[in-house]
Each structure stands twice: as structure tokens, then as C-alpha cells.
Design a protein around this ligand. Structure first.
Ligand code: UT7
Length: 327
């Protein structure tokens, strides 16, 4: 039987500090009711000053490792999906490998904005399916709040910080990662971006003063693309695998907006109890949303459960993964 890649453990971490909608009311012209109704968010976590994306990832990995009988020295590869790496270079994966004591492993960072975790999970699964590696950590971690302009009510209400991680191992049963579909459309690049700091607009005093290092989003347009993109791509994966709503245990959607999640679930015919939703507690943690859902729901999952993972984000980049839970 063909070797498949299965998630065999999950870990997560969110910072302790909570920023409630009521706190944001004191910072910008917004209100708790608007944020709840338009996004589903009530509060989000904020990373303490002086701590980094890799620090959160390390906490999540420690959480994962204590549930398994493996040690950092057993890990072959660490893939980190993030848009807020510790540095532009070197890769955050290298720093994480050093911090957890896994010098034998190699690693790299990936950036597919909010869909990054799915892209990284699929990439990690290829290293398992090819037989090249036996233990791959796939991390989704973001310190979004350092990129948020707390004077811009269009974006500052949305984002939070966090990290999640899964372990991928080979399996020869009919479980694990079974199918996926991905898409990109670079014509949407300017609708959701950090404009400065790259080769397009290198950092200068002027770019900093103009606040071009913060998140920019044309929310209404991204929303329309997200509703269609996430629902369409999930439908493609369901149809190709002859899956009906009855077959699916859970939809695991990227947590950008509760209304986008509802639209995807409705199109798939899935009732709310079959949808993992924690946006009210954590907001949009970008690469961490999907692994943080798996982390929270882990105890409710059983071997063979069908999960549909789905995400849409900056780029545009979007995707869906079909897997059967392996434990
Ligand atoms: O994760 C990556 C992908 N990202 C997404 O999927 C996010 C997609 N976009 C969204 O989730 C939504 O577009 C937002 C939550 C960002 C905004 O919600 P919306 O329903 O699209 O609102 P809008 O931008 O159309 O604004 C509606 C009104 C505007 O006022 P007027 O022009 O109608 O008078 C805004 O100025 O709401 C106003 N508004 C606010 N009011 C109170 C915008 N932000 C706020 C706010 N508080 N924070």
C-alpha cells in the first residue's frame, strides 16, 4: 500500500494577554457590537513585547512533544508557515530547530499568507509520501499584532497572535492526508499586503512614517473573493472524493471572518456543530488559525473522522485539504 502522511500529534500556544473588543473601543472609533456582528470576534491574544514568533512556535512544539514519546532529536524536518518571521532572513525554522535542540533536522519557512499552513502541510506530506522523511513538524505561527496599525479600525480589530503545530508521520492505512486542491491569483496581491520592507518598496524613514509596514487590506473586496474562493475549492475537493455533508466530521476553516466561515459551511451543507470555530477567542492569527482549531478539537476527534481544511488569504492564495484523522 502507498505510504500516506498522517497527523499523529498536535500542539498549540496562545499568549496570555487578552485584548477585548471593549479595549479597542478606547483606541479607535469602533464598538463591540459592530466587531461581533461583522466578524464574529470578541477578543484576541497579544504577544508580550520582547517575545517572537519562534518563541510561540517553541511553546507549541513543547506542548506537542509532551503528548508523544518522541524527542526533538527524532525530528527530520521543520516547515514553518508564517508572514511574521523573527527576521527577513534567516528562516525562523532554523531558529526554532536551535531553540528546541534539534540540530539534526533541517527546515525552511513558507509564505502563502493566511493559507500558508495548508501549503506547508501539503509540502510536508510530500516528504513523508516520498519516503524521504519519517517525522516532519509543520508549524503555523504568527505575531500579527506587531504588524497592526492600532489607528486603523479597518484592520486592528481583526488580528491576534498564536502558534500551532502538527507532527506528520508515515502510515499505511486508509487515513491521513488524502487529497488537496490549491490556487493562487497574483492580481489580488495589492488588496491585502504589507507594502514596504521588500524590494518593491525598501524600508526608509519615509515608509515608516507613512505606516507602510503595517497590514493593509481592502476588506470588502477581499471578503467577496474569500467567500467564493473558500466555498468553491472545498466543493472541488468534496466532489472529487464523492464526499457528502454526512461523510464529513468537521470543516476546519481559516478564521478570518465568521461570515466567510458560515458561507463555506452553508455551501458544503454542513451545520454549525460540524465546523471548528474559535475566531471569537483568538481573532485572525493568520498561519495559526487551522492548527489552533485542531489543537482545541483534538480530544473530540476519532480515528477515521473526515476533516476538510479550507483557507483563503492574501496573494490571493487559497486551498483545501481532505484528510482522515489517524488517532
Ligand atoms: O485572512 C485573510 C483574508 N482576509 C479576509 O478574509 C477578511 C475579509 N474581509 C472582512 O472580513 C470584512 O470585509 C471586514 C471585517 C474587514 C469589514 O467588514 P465589512 O462588512 O466588509 O465592512 P466594510 O469594510 O464594508 O465597512 C462597512 C462600514 C463602513 O462605513 P460606511 O462607509 O458604510 O459608513 C466602514 O467605515 O463599517 C465601517 N467600519 C467600521 N465601523 C466600526 C469599518 N471598520 C469598522 C470598525 N468599527 N472597526
Amino acid at each position: 500500500m502507498k505510504i500516506k502522511a498522517a497527523i499523529t500529534a498536535v500542539g498549540g500556544y496562545v499568549p496570555e494577554k487578552v485584548l477585548h473588543n471593549k479595549d479597542l473601543e478606547k483606541m479607535v472609533d469602533t464598538n463591540d457590537e459592530w466587531i461581533r456582528e461583522r466578524t464574529g470576534i470578541i477578543e484576541r491574544r497579544i504577544l508580550e513585547e520582547g517575545r517572537t514568533t519562534s518563541d510561540m512556535a517553541v511553546e507549541a512544539i513543547h506542548d506537542l512533544l509532551k503528548k508523544t514519546n518522541i524527542t526533538p532529536q527524532d525530528i527530520d524536518l521543520i516547515i514553518v508557515s508564517t508572514v511574521s518571521p523573527d527576521h527577513v532572513y534567516p528562516a525562523t525554522a532554523n531558529i526554532i530547530a536551535d531553540k528546541i535542540g534539534a540540530p539534526q533536522s533541517w527546515g525552511f519557512d513558507m509564505n502563502a499568507a493566511c493559507s500558508g499552513f495548508l501549503y506547508a502541510l501539503r509540502t510536508g506530506s510530500q516528504f513523508i509520501e516520498s519516503g524521504m522523511h519519517k517525522k516532519v513538524l509543520v508549524v503555523g505561527a504568527d505575531n500579527m499584532t506587531m504588524r497592526v496599525n492600532y489607528e486603523d479600525r479597518n484592520t486592528c480589530i481583526l488580528f491576534g497572535d498564536g502558534a500551532g503545530v502538527v507532527l506528520l508521520e508515515p502510515i499505511e492505512e486508509e487515513v491521513g492526508i488524502l487529497d488537496s486542491e490549491f490556487a493562487v491569483d497574483g492580481s489580488g496581491a495589492k488588496l491585502l499586503m504589507q507594502e514596504a520592507g521588500g524590494s518593491y518598496l525598501p524600508t526608509t524613514v519615509e515608509t515608516v512614517k507613512a505606516k507602510k509596514h503595517f497590514i493593509f487590506q481592502e476588506g470588502r473586496t477581499v471578503f467577496k473573493h474569500a467567500v467564493k474562493g473558500m466555498a468553491d475549492i472545498t466543493e472541488v475537493v468534496m466532489k472529487r472524493n464523492n464526499l457528502t455533508a454526512d461523510d464529513v466530521a468537521y470543516l476546519v476553516p481559516h478564521q478570518a471572518n465568521k461570515r466567510i466561515i458560515d458561507a463555506t459551511a452553508n455551501r458544503a451543507g454542513l451545520p454549525e456543530e460540524k465546523v471548528m470555530i474559535n475566531i471569537h477567542k483568538y481573532g485572525n492569527t493568520t498561519n495559526a488559525t487551522i492548527p489552533l482549531c485542531l489543537w482545541e478539537w483534538e480530544s473530540k476527534l476519532s480515528k477515521g473522522d473526515v476533516l476538510l481544511l479550507a483557507a483563503f488569504g492574501g496573494g490571493f492564495a487559497w486551498g483545501s485539504i481532505y484528510l482522515k484523522w489517524a488517532y
